[in-house]
Design a protein around this ligand. Structure first.
Ligand SMILES: Nc1ncnc2c1ncn2[C@@H]1O[C@H](COP(=O)(O)OP(=O)(O)OP(=O)(O)O)[C@@H](O)[C@H]1O
Ligand SMILES: [Mg+2]
Length: 293
């Protein structure tokens, strides 16, 4: 028995036609209930790692892998991917790849995965209604998936993963097609799912969001994990720039303007931390004290 829901040990992978490895000796663990963010430059291996976590690598992609990925005590290399999908679900970076497009309506598309699970039809209907309400796609249920906009496809793709109620959700840049308000709405839902016990592994380029949501952050570069820890440990690392990652904007701004001595911390990573920090500074100045060196 292990308390870790995901255990990646010395995992490497090379796509068949490539000379360079896409993942190089990856080691990390995810505990049940954790919110993990994977970040790194374009081409650093984030999507490849997502595909490996859900067993598409090595079971569907042609290539060469080494090492082990154990998800909920199942070896992803030997377990059936369909069976594994009951434990871990992936929302693809390209949402158009998520849908089967064999269904005539969004409702049927959502029913597809439930049907494969043997969920009875009457339960299917209430489940689809519930998820459609949550993701705000009620008005899309009767539409043909081929008629949807990019943002709508992305919502349906997310709904099709969430409806299967996996223990772990892997989200590969799942809001790229949405406007800021739509993205915020989806992130609030993901945060709620995590608070309700779903383990999240999220690939994201929005560092404010990562700092806000993640318990742990892993930085990939050229297929290796080069840095990992809490958002604070990762974003305050002096090596961050070497890995082509910028900290959240709040970090740069507060580092520049908050004088040492005004507060216990001289930086913020998130909006709420920045507001709290500014309040401390204002209070300090109100008291008209000189900052301690
Ligand atoms: N299906 C594939 N076949 C061959 N090579 C691939 C394939 N998918 C990715 N690669 C290569 O593997 C490396 C890692 O790519 P990957 O897509 O995992 O990076 P990423 O961090 O997700 O990038 P991005 O931020 O652009 O999504 C890159 O060199 C890429 O060209
Ligand atoms: Mg990617």
């Amino acid at each position: 028995m292990t308390s870790k829901l995901i255990q990646v040990s010395n995992f490497s992978y090379r796509y068949n036609q490539e000379t360079e490895v896409a993942l190089k000796n990856i080691n990390f663990e995810v505990a049940a209930g954790e919110f993990v963010a994977l970040i790194g430059a374009n081409g650093s291996g984030k999507s490849t790692l997502c595909n490996a976590l859900v067993g598409l690598i090595p079971n569907y992609f042609v290539g060469f892998s080494e090492g082990d990925i154990i998800v909920d005590e199942k070896d992803t290399a030997s377990v059936n991917v369909g069976e594994l999908s009951q434990t871990i679900g992936l929302v693809f970076q390209n949402p158009f790849n998520q849908l089967s497009y064999t269904a005539d309506s969004v409702a049927e598309e959502l029913a597809y995965g439930l049907g494969n699970r043997g969920v009875p039809r009457d339960q299917m209907f209430s489940k689809i209604k519930e998820i459609a309400g949550l993701i705000q796609i009620d008005e899309l249920l009767d539409k043909n998936p081929l008629e949807l906009s990019g943002g709508q496809v992305q919502r349906v793709a997310l709904a099709s993963a969430i409806i299967l109620e996996p223990k772990i959700l892997v989200l590969d840049e799942c809001t790229t097609q949405l406007d800021p308000m739509g993205s915020k709405q989806i992130m609030d839902i993901i945060k709620k799912l995590n608070e309700n016990g779903i383990t999240i592994v999220m690939v994201d380029h929005d560092m404010e969001r990562v700092a806000e949501l993640a318990d742990k952050v892993y930085v990939l570069q050229h297929g290796s994990i080069v840095l990992g820890g809490t958002p604070e440990e990762v974003f305050c690392s002096p090596h961050l720039a070497e890995y082509s990652v910028d900290p959240p904007d709040y970090y740069e701004i507060t580092k520049k303007f908050i004088k040492p001595g005004y507060s216990k911390r001289d930086f913020a990573l998130t909006e709420s931390q920045a507001i709290a920090l500014l309040q401390e500074v204002v209070l300090y100045e109100d008291r008209n004290q000189e900052p301690q060196a």
